[in-house]
Design a protein. Sequence first.
Length: 270
Amino acid sequence: MPTSKKLDTTANNDKPEMLMDERRQHILDLIQRHGRALVGELSRELKISQITVRKDLDYLQSKGLVQRSHGGALRIQASALIDPTLQEKQKQNFREKERIAAAALKMVEDGQCIILDSGTTTTAIAKGLKRFSQLTVITNAVNIAAELAGTDFEVILVGGSLRKNSFSLVGPLAEDNLQEMHADILFLGVDGFDLEVGITTPNFLESRVNRAMVKAAQTVVAVCDSSKFNRRSLSRIVPPSAIHYVITDCKLPNDIAEALRLQNINLTLV
């Protein structure tokens, strides 16, 4: 028995270097496939401590292979600059977006003025608004304006240059017009929500219009599925402190949910 224990100890001493390399490669593969990885999820999956996971992620970042973020790490590539089309976005997390839209509609009352950002989640909200009888809807999304064209709502397009990828209007004209407007609620779709940086979008011009929307609205509601968290895109719109409500799906990790609440953001999980 003593000999056996000694052999086991020697074997354990031989394995860590190999297992460490395999583990780090596994983590890197996960991040490359999914765009991100969270410390808590990796700890549970690999059955290692969160401290060990953080060390692995720090090592991968030191090699320029990943980008560390609050609670995990992000894929390093041009993904921060990628600007997918509206059609591509529609195929992603469709059911979650429908549930998020349903929750958002509960915040709306007849007679209000609503701002809708461009995007697939906000388009789902626009479709649901048809149950109301009297609303003013301000938007920079041409497809949302077309969606609401058959209603009795007052629909205001902010003007500007057309971004064909997102069917949105951007530029100084849109920004200037929004400065003259006031709304009760803004529903803002986001491409990335980092707890330190804030909410982001791949397009600089879009971020400026979104920022003007935030200034024009009394209540700001970020509507995004959980895949958007711990993710940074090219241009920051506003810091987390500018957001009053977040509506997202129930796949949101507990640590992120708690961090949002600690920043006095009202959180709805659907």
